[in-house]
Design a protein around this ligand. Sequence first.
Ligand SMILES: Nc1ncnc2c1ncn2[C@@H]1O[C@H](COP(=O)(O)OP(=O)(O)OP(=O)(O)O)[C@@H](O)[C@H]1O
Ligand SMILES: [Mg+2]
Length: 335
Amino acid sequence: MVDDDPDVASHRDVDSRYGTIVADTPAMASLIALIKRAADSEATVLLLGESGTGKELFARFIHQWSKRIENPFVVINCVALTETLLENELFGHEKGAFTGADTQQKGKVELADNGTLFLDEIGDMAPDLQAKLLRLLQDREFHRVGGTRLVQVNIRVIAATNCDLSKAVREGKFREDLFHRLNVLSFSIPPLRDRPDEIPHLADLFLRRYTKEMGKPGMRLTEAALGAMYRYRWPGNVRELENAVARAVVLSTDCEIGPEYLRLSRDQEEEPQEREASDLSYHEAMEHYRYYLIEQALKRARGNQTKAAEALGLQRSYLARVLKQKRTEAQKNDQ
Ligand SMILES: Nc1ncnc2c1ncn2[C@@H]1O[C@H](COP(=O)(O)OP(=O)(O)OP(=O)(O)O)[C@@H](O)[C@H]1O
Ligand SMILES: [Mg+2]
């Protein structure tokens, strides 16, 4: 585990959720070594990997190992907002730029001055903003919305996506020049199913984290629970494992956590016909089936939401909304 390294420990002053990295397989250990070397440079880094593989964790790790450690690490989620709002969030605005802009406001690019700007879900950025971002990356200067004066910044950029950016370039959805600007040093974080040896270490980390958080000391996973974890394909990768452990800690009334508390097979294996369809109303059954189709598509797309959405002919944002809704419902049911 990397947190045993005293250097990492002394640098661990960010959100504790992102404080510890498990890297117990040779592939992950060499990835960490490479990423550490990249951290030291000022080069732009592109992090690729399925949803939940740890892209944000690694982005923070790079910042912690860079010379910019004392300065801000600023996250921008490129998919969360409409184009206009995202531009405002990125670049800020001048007084009077639009109705309600009573004062000048700095954007996140400016807030990240001398630090690191983390552009999450970069593959989902709208075309107009891609052009503005390219200009920022080339010249390290930009205009606030409604402004004429150029503002200069000293930022290090890290971008992440679970999309296939080269394919997006071929399809004309992502600017090629921007892709080359971002793709200076790129790292692919492997899906969890390709590094099963890390499952027990990650499970142990999350077990310690959540038993402490929830005041339930002394809990442990049974052999059967670990076996189920090994067999499962983890389409949501490490985040899904973390959630499964957190849920089990909440639900288990026993110190021994058995596989039934992880609730894995139902999500990944069970067919909808096997469920008690007769107990469901028409709308409930349709709801159920809608989620099932998305789940199966995600499984085929190895957890890649963009690919799953494409295969189903859906907008990725819609698919993400259904998954989020389902997760919120599951959390409510668990409480
Ligand atoms: N190797 C690891 N060691 C410890 N924790 C990890 C590791 N990889 C991921 N995690 C944890 O898993 C969770 C998900 O990681 P993170 O948010 O970085 O993934 P992501 O790739 O950004 O996901 P998404 O694409 O869905 O945004 C976080 O709580 C993170 O701390
Ligand atoms: Mg992320």
